[in-house]
Design a protein around this ligand. Structure first.
Ligand SMILES: Cc1cc2nc3c(=O)[nH]c(=O)nc-3n(C[C@H](O)[C@H](O)[C@H](O)COP(=O)(O)OP(=O)(O)OC[C@H]3O[C@@H](n4cnc5c(N)ncnc54)[C@H](O)[C@@H]3O)c2cc1C
Length: 394
């Protein structure tokens, strides 16, 4: 299969590349543990994109987005990754799934209030879906909400809430009908963070960061007007959220991965090899694994293009997205593993030396372990591929 871009798409690429090259932030991104500085950096970049008309590349124009076609989005994300522009990070939930969920299922008032704030980089959103006993089996969630006047009163606990401690709003799933079948009694509600009765506790990860939180709710009063969709219709809304979350994220990943492999190749040329070679790249096994990683990144590019060309024809991303997500998450871990094998004990030294280039590699490795969990574990992705792509029995 060969995908060719039209003349208009090539013109779009030239425009996107020129703008990105001129405007991409030059300063160092704040370190992962400095969440407030990270937030400020991410929001400032979002504002820059907004002012130039690039914010919300896939959002419809009527809601302030760019309204780009699927191919234009692919081009944008390729160029975006090529210049090394910052990942959405603290802005991810708002831009990639809360905003799109409001566009698809929210009321006019909710759209009018929230969408411009997200696009302008004025607010951070977080996602309150997972609970200690509801991850892969999300529909088992227990956090309760009962109606009291024109409010929902929420009691329970969420966990793994990324950026919950710096967010203004949360996509919150609550059980509003405990007697209904488990998929039927759930409601999706916009929960402002910091309401009375809410306790947000950071969780430190093995990489030393505290991106995650536990969030406890003790009689938290959320206006009924914040319900997105209808009461007890939250499963449908949540499925929309997850399809946006998983949908187009992979577009830029193949370029990001290609950059990462080349960085590791450069590292292998710079540092001694694990078995006494002057340069790691001279070790046959290291060279073989790096060559394989390059080939696998190309394979992922082909899968991405194929999936996009299907989506452009059918209008739907389809379950094949799980194949790309699975392949990506395991490939990035293989790349991080070969990096650690190249560095050997130096990866530990680097990790403790603030600012040393090797510190970044060690942190990536530790952070990357979560790739096969977040957004659906690798086992869940395999289930989807088995059942919905290959048609195997359940
Ligand atoms: C980086 C990161 C960011 C996250 N951010 C957020 C966030 O912002 N908001 C939020 O709500 N959640 C977030 N999560 C949580 C994430 O959605 C869950 O961790 C994930 O859904 C898995 O749930 P769990 O951890 O409860 O594991 P479990 O579901 O308990 O799974 C445990 C193990 O059992 C396996 N397993 C479970 N069910 C099956 C099955 N049917 N078939 C085969 N194997 C199965 C799993 O694959 C896994 O290996 C984040 C997670 C990570 C890693």
């Amino acid at each position: 299969m060969e995908i060719r871009f039209s003349r208009d798409e090539e013109a779009f690429r030239a425009e996107a590349r020129a703008w990105l090259e001129a405007n991409v932030p030059r300063g160092q991104r704040p370190p992962p543990h400095d969440l407030h500085a990270r937030r400020a950096y991410d929001m400032a970049w979002q504002r820059t994109m907004f002012d130039a008309g690039w914010a919300g590349i896939n959002w419809p124009k009527e809601f302030g987005g760019r309204g780009a076609s699927l191919m234009e989005q692919l081009i944008w994300f390729e160029e975006y990754a090529r210049v090394g522009a910052p990942e959405a990070s603290t802005g991810f939930v708002g831009l990639k799934h809360a905003g799109p969920t409001l566009i698809a299922c929210g009321s006019d008032a909710q759209k009018a209030f929230h969408l411009p704030k997200i696009l302008k980089g004025e607010v951070v959103w977080c996602q309150g879906f997972s609970e200690p006993n509801a991850g892969s089996d999300l529909a088992s969630l227990q956090t309760r909400a009962v109606i009291d006047g024109d409010h929902l009163v929420v009691t329970g606990q969420k966990i793994w809430t990324s950026f919950g401690h710096i967010a203004e709003y949360q996509e919150l799933l609550v059980r509003t009908d405990p007697d209904a079948p488990k998929h039927k009694g759930i409601t999706w509600v916009i929960c402002p963070m910091g309401l009375p009765g809410m306790d947000v506790r950071p969780i430190k990860t093995l990489a030393g960061n505290a991106d995650f939180c536990e969030v406890f709710y003790d009689g938290v009063r959320v206006p009924l007007a914040n319900v997105v969709g209808r009461l007890n219709d939250g499963w449908r809304v949540a499925m929309a959220t997850l399809s946006f979350e998983r949908g187009t994220a992979f577009m830029s990943e193949q370029v990001r991965l290609a950059r990462r492999v080349e960085e590791v190749v450069a590292l292998a040329r710079r540092v001694p090899g694990p078995s006494g070679h002057a340069r790691a790249i001279d070790d046959d096994e290291i060279a073989r694994r790096l060559a394989l990683a390059r080939a696998e990144v190309e394979a992922m590019r082909a899968m991405t293009y194929r999936s996009l060309s299907t989506a452009a024809r059918t209008g739907m991303p389809g379950p094949e997205g799980s194949m790309i997500r699975l392949f990506f998450s395991e490939l990035i871990q293989r790349i991080d593993q070969v990096t650690m094998d190249i560095l050997g004990p130096a990866c530990l030294e680097g990790f403790s030396l603030d600012g040393a280039p090797e510190a970044g590699f060690s942190e990536r490795y530790l952070t990357g372990l979560s790739q096969t969990i977040g957004g659906g574990t690798k086992e869940i992705q395999r289930n989807i591929v088995g059942e919905r792509v290959l048609g195997l029995p359940r």
